[in-house]
Design a protein around this ligand. Structure first.
Ligand code: HEC
Ligand code: HEC
Length: 232
């Protein structure tokens, strides 16, 4: 792991500009482009994600959401050592530029995963995502993540194009508080109302959905539950 990190740091320091399609806006090699190349090993050159079944897609998520995550990795609200290491000490203004960059990328989505669970489990996943479960006070995920699950401006991510392993790990991290967002942390509240079986079902159903034709995040609208990370 240490060698990997050292290589990544080296990658960050090299002038990669010639490998990028767009010409640099500034005459001097821009560290923004170098930084983004350092991210490509895991997230793809345009934030499309990689074949690794955990590394998440970044492309097209609202810039406000991506910025909040970069701040969380830098300041400790989220933990993944290579990312905590890469982002340590970077100023907010710089993280905003990185967030803007990935929010404006629109590479194709991966083909949907073949579900490995039975039909009843998939059906449960779909019901929870689209309708929630009022008996357990679980709001529909689509109420915040957008009717077509492409996210909502300015700070809610799309749930399409993510791997099942990543989705279930994030729901577990919200539940146990190892991933934290600003209070009230709506995802913590929701994740603690879900059973393990629900999380498996949700992750399986979401990851098996093709991306809709229009993947633009939905416009801001009132939420079914307060989220401290959402400022409309
Ligand atoms: C060694 C692989 C690796 C590298 C290099 C890497 N990331 Fe990540 N990144 C990950 C993983 C894995 C996660 C999910 C971590 C978790 O929460 O478990 C992640 C999460 C993220 C997220 C949150 C995504 C979401 O949907 O919530 C953002 C934003 C992000 N990375 C941006 C970057 C940027 C910008 C760089 C380059 C400076 C970078 N990453 C470099 C592996 C990497
Ligand atoms: C009340 C609004 C709301 C509802 C309802 C909601 N979410 Fe979220 N969700 C959010 C917000 C806000 C974030 C971003 C939190 C942060 O900044 O870390 C988020 C983040 C996530 C993430 C992390 C995505 C990533 O790329 O890392 C997952 C996964 C997720 N939600 C799944 C769900 C599921 C599944 C449901 C339904 C059971 C659901 N959410 C319902 C508001 C909501």
């Amino acid at each position: 792991m240490r060698t990997r990190i050292v290589l990544l740091i080296l990658a960050l320091a090299l002038p990669w500009a010639p490998l990028l399609a767009a010409p640099p806006a500034e005459p001097a090699p821009d560290t923004m482009q170098a930084r983004v190349m350092g991210c490509a090993a895991c997230h793809g050159a345009h934030g499309e994600g990689t074949d690794n079944d955990y590394f998440p897609r970044l492309a097209g998520k609202p810039a406000g959401y991506l910025f909040n995550q970069l701040v969380a990795f830098r300041d400790g609200g989220r933990s993944y050592p290579p990312m905590n290491y890469l982002l340590a000490y970077l100023p907010d203004a710089y993280l905003k530029q990185i967030a803007e960059f990935f929010s404006q990328q629109h590479p194709p989505y991966p083909p949907p995963a073949k579900p490995t669970v039975d039909a009843a489990t998939l059906a449960l996943g779909k019901t929870l995502v689209m309708n929630g479960d009022s008996k357990r006070n679980v709001p529909a995920c689509a109420g915040c993540h957008g009717a077509s699950l492409t996210g909502m401006q300015p700070t809610i991510p799309g749930l399409v194009g993510l791997h099942a392993n990543y989705i279930s790990a994030q729901l577990g991290a919200f539940r146990y508080g190892t991933r934290r967002a600003a209070a009230p942390d709506c995802m913590h509240d929701i994740a603690t109302r879900l059973a393990d079986r629900d999380i498996t079902a949700i992750a399986a159903w979401l990851s098996s959905q093709p991306a809709p034709a229009d993947t633009t995040p939905a416009a801001a609208s009132p939420l079914p539950l307060a989220c401290g990370s959402v400022h409309n």
